[in-house]
Ligand binder design. Sequence first.
Ligand code: PLP
Length: 376
Amino acid sequence: MNKPIYLDYNATTPVDKEVLKAMIPWFTEKFGNSASRSHIFGWEAEEAVELSKKQISELIDCEPSEIYFTSGATESINLAIKGVIENKENRIEKIITSTVEHKATLDVCQYLSKSISIEHLPTDSFGNIQLESFTNFPPSNFLVSLIFANNETGNLLNNKLLNTLTYRKSIIKHTDATQAIGKIPFNFKESNFDLMSFSGHKIYGPKGIGSLIIKKGTKISTQIHGGNHQKGVRSGTLNIPGIVGLGKACEIANNNLENYIEKVGKLRTMLENELLQLPDVAINGNINNRLPNTTNLAFGGLDGERLLENLTKVAVSSGSACTSANVEPSHVLLAMGIPISLAYSSIRFSLGKDTTEKEIDIAVNQIKDVVKRLRN
Ligand code: PLP
């Protein structure tokens, strides 16, 4: 069976061949435990972890010592939010997040809402998180957790404004940058965040590995106890092949970032220009401030399920891949005030570094055919 054209790179990416090559020895001949201090097997694993930290720190500009490995962004987000709240020294009184976060953040906040007050900042109709309410908050102890690049619309956080509005307030800031890392420049030091979560499998690294960056001095309580690995912040034997893969993926992303942005940007423009020729098609999101590889299109007057069923030649997503087990419309689009029927008939296209013009052509032709057919 011919597989459809994959335009769902925000859901996951294939492992880059160079990443796989770097990982392979760490499954077999180099199988040491980085916590083994008394022999070469442990030492070389420890060196591999240090190299990975160097590669990651070069992509996102943080200190290698600020990098903690986890099983992925979901775990990083849990560790960041629960860890900050649980640490009594932080005396956090409230969590401020938004309505357009990934479920990982929303569900953690929902869980914590039994014991702490949570405020969800709304968005405008373009999906811009309404940060202005920060001016109304007294300068007391908050944890802010906001998504840096939205997985469904590609919208980017206005971090400059966030920094202005939160200046001199006693706030700990976490960002879920899972979709931003490797797609746009991200500088941890300059961003002013205390914590940042991201994941390997969105950037051509393996699944099951991610990281939480914790700015030096940020107080966080352990969520996974045992063994005292990673300075006791996150225990458990380190996933060396995954860590090697994540580091290599970051190195490759760093070397190719400019080309990537230019390439996927051009192809997305091609895709949008073609599909916007159809009547009643609109872009969901802020076209002036979004990821270069993502577009979310609303196909008015169509049944979303029938649309997806008929798109046999393209693998795309309606809403978030992480929630695609539920046939519910995207909570992000609903939070933007998009009517439920239009949210159902909206599709997220996310392009990758290997997407080609030919693939876009094939996708566009089929989408145009299907839309015309279903509308008749
Ligand atoms: N945050 C965002 C913005 C995401 O897109 C995803 C995955 O889709 C996650 C968090 C969860 O990442 P992981 O699959 O690594 O747990």
